[in-house]
Design a binder for this molecule. Structure first.
Ligand code: R5P
Length: 292
C-alpha cells in the first residue's frame, strides 16, 4: 500500500501554460483512437510522415519466390533497415526472432495459389492471432474488378471491424487482375472504395500518368507497391516520383530483395522516401554502399 501519511499538496500546475493538443501527423487519421495511432506511428516515421515497408509475404500464394528461398539468410540481414516488415505469420513465427523491434504488418488474407483463381481469398488469420503477435497492421488483398471482388471487399471490411475493436489498423492491398488496365482511373476507383469502406491505409501501384490524382482523391495514406524487379535506378525513380506525387511511402519487395545488393538498395530507398533524395543521388548511395 502506498504511504499515505506524507501526502503533500501539489503545486506544479503550470496554470499559465495551456496543455498542447497535437494533431496526428498522418493524413485522414486524426479521429482514430490512441492504440490505432500508436501502431500507425510505428509504421510511418512521425518525422517524415512516411514509411519504407519491406514486403516479403509473396510465399502465401506463390511459394519460395526468388530471393525468399531462405529468408533466414536473405531477409533477416536487411529487415532491420526497414521501418516495417510485411509478412505471413508462418514466417514470422518460424524465422523472425521475437527480439526484432521493427513493426510488423501481418498478411491476413489468403487461401489461394498461383495454380488457381487468385481473387478467391478469405480471411486466413484470426484477429486473436494478430493481437498475440503484437502486429501494427493487418494486410488484406482487395480485387476490385476481379472475379471475387465482393468477397475480397467483405474480407477487408470484416478485418476493419475486428481491427477497430482492438486498435489494429487494416492495410488494403489493391490487386490488379491480368486483364485490367493499370491506370490512374482504375487506381482512383480501387483506392477510394477501400478508403470509403474503412481501410486505414492502402497499397497501390505507381502510374506515370496521374498518380497525384490517385493520392489526392484517397482520404487516407497510400503506400506505393513495388512490383516486378526493375533496374535499381528505375526503381528509385519510381519511388521518388510516387512520394513526390503524394504517396506516404513504399511497400517494396522484389525491387529490394532481388537487387544485386539488397542492403544497399533498402538504404537508397530510405534516402528517397525519408530524405527526399533525388533518384540519381540515391543511386550513387546505392553504388557506394554496394562497393564498400
Ligand atoms: C501481393 O500482392 C503481395 O502483397 C506481395 O506478395 C508483395 O507485397 C508484393 O511486393 P513486390 O511486388 O514489391 O515484390
Amino acid at each position: 500500500m502506498p504511504d499515505v501519511d506524507d501526502i503533500k499538496e501539489g503545486k506544479r500546475y503550470f496554470t499559465d501554460t495551456p496543455q498542447q493538443t497535437e494533431g496526428f501527423f498522418l493524413k485522414g487519421s486524426n479521429a482514430l483512437d490512441w492504440g490505432m495511432k500508436n501502431r500507425l506511428a510505428r509504421i510511418f516515421n512521425p518525422k517524415s510522415g512516411r514509411t519504407v515497408m519491406l514486403a516479403v509475404d509473396h510465399g502465401y500464394f506463390q511459394g519460395p519466390t526468388t530471393g525468399l528461398e531462405r529468408m533466414d539468410l536473405t531477409i533477416l540481414p536487411i529487415a532491420p533497415y526497414a521501418d516495417t516488415l510485411m509478412l505471413t505469420r508462418g514466417i514470422l513465427r518460424s524465422i523472425v526472432p521475437p527480439s526484432f523491434s521493427q513493426s510488423i504488418v501481418l498478411r491476413v488474407s489468403g487461401g489461394t495459389s498461383i495454380l488457381k483463381e487468385l481473387s478467391n481469398e478469405e480471411l486466413a488469420v484470426d484477429i486473436e492471432d494478430s493481437i498475440r503477435l503484437n502486429v501494427c497492421a493487418m494486410a488484406v488483398q482487395v480485387f476490385i474488378g476481379g472475379e471475387y471482388e465482393r468477397q475480397s471487399i467483405i474480407n477487408m471490411t470484416r478485418m476493419v471491424d475486428m481491427g477497430t475493436r482492438y486498435g489494429i489498423p487494416t492495410l488494403a492491398v489493391t490487386a490488379v487482375g491480368k486483364d485490367m488496365a493499370r491506370d490512374a482511373r482504375y487506381f482512383r476507383l480501387a483506392t477510394r472504395i477501400c478508403a470509403e469502406l474503412g481501410a486505414h491505409y492502402i497499397k497501390t501501384y505507381y502510374v506515370e500518368d496521374g498518380f497525384e490524382t490517385v493520392t489526392a482523391s484517397c482520404p487516407v495514406p497510400i503506400v506505393m507497391a513495388g512490383g516486378k524487379k526493375l533496374p535499381e535506378l528505375d526503381a528509385l525513380t519510381m519511388a521518388y516520383r510516387a512520394v513526390q506525387g503524394g504517396a506516404s511511402g513504399v511497400d517494396m519487395g522484389r525491387n529490394i530483395f532481388q537487387s544485386e545488393s539488397p542492403i544497399a538498395m533498402i538504404q537508397a530507398v530510405k534516402a528517397v522516401v525519408h530524405d527526399n533524395e533525388t533518384p540519381e543521388k540515391a543511386f550513387d548511395l546505392y553504388n557506394a554502399i554496394k562497393n564498400k
